[in-house]
Design a protein around this ligand. Structure first.
Ligand code: PGA
Length: 252
């Protein structure tokens, strides 16, 4: 049985007050949910959100949107995994499309981050997905394969239980366009096959693969019933508590 997960990626949004409020609403709203929720606030609010979640039980975990793949040292502006561990972070996003395409992170850096997160004992939520041009050229599966192989080759199979993959087609992120449930299912099945070839079929079978890209309360249920969609990574809709909780409900 795969773990059902719903991530709320707040990106560079919220302030101290609204971050606390969103966290309180999530903690209150998911007490009976079989799905685990992971909140990804901006770095400056990790401690405050962690404080709110402290007494909320294992159903809501604290995540970070990024991390530097090296030990503490002279890396101005970066945040290390040990700093994140101090803030009670247990999940780190790696390779989000905004970091790949806007911040221009390379495959090599994403690979270093994925390995560092898994080596640290935390969960790595690896984001992959194709651009619109790549989709139109029929390259979706090839791009997913390249990004997965690049990031995951060489990781120890012992780490597989702490890996989550989020398939997020770039053209669907923040655009209001969502992949159809059938297209998302096809992509997820392909992802599972690639992970099986890298980490073995047991690891692939138990891997949670999340869909991301304009997930809303209105489309979550149709996506969630697909057999290889194990939850969602939600951006915009995670900033509205009532809608986010409806998405969590759809996964449950
Ligand atoms: P969106 O973002 O739900 O606003 O499309 C998803 C993501 O970037 O993870």
């Amino acid at each position: 049985m795969r773990t059902k997960l719903v991530g709320g990626n707040w990106k560079m949004n919220t302030n101290l007050g609204s971050a606390r409020e969103l966290a309180r609403a999530a903690a209150r709203g998911v007490t009976d949910s079989p799905a685990t929720v992971i909140l990804f606030p901006p770095f400056p609010y990790l401690l405050a959100v962690g404080g709110v979640l402290q007494d909320s039980g294992p159903g809501v975990r604290l995540g970070a949107q990024d991390a530097y793949p090296g030990a503490d040292g002279a890396f101005t502006g970066e945040v290390s995994l040990s700093m994140l561990a101090d803030c009670a972070v247990s999940v780190v996003l790696v390779g989000h499309s905004e970091r790949r395409h806007l911040i221009q992170e390379t495959d090599a850096l994403i690979r270093a981050k994925a390995h560092a997160v898994l080596d640290s004992g935390m969960t790595c939520m690896l984001c992959i997905g194709e651009t619109l041009e790549q989709r139109e050229r029929g390259e979706t599966d090839a791009i997913n394969r390249r990004q997965l192989e690049s990031a995951l080759t060489g990781i120890s199979p012992d780490c597989a239980s702490r890996l989550v993959v989020a398939y997020e087609p770039v053209w669907a992120i923040g655009t209001g366009r969502t992949a159809t449930p059938e297209d998302a299912q096809t992509a997820h099945l392909g992802v599972r096959g690639v992970v099986a070839s890298i980490l073995g079929s047991n690891a692939a079978e138990s891997l949670s693969i999340l869909y991301g890209g304009s997930v809303k309360a209105s489309n979550a249920e149709a996506l969630a019933i697909m057999p290889d969609i194990d939850g969602f990574l939600v951006g915009g809709a995670s900033l509205v508590s009532a809608e986010f909780l409806q998405i969590v409900e759809a996964v449950s």
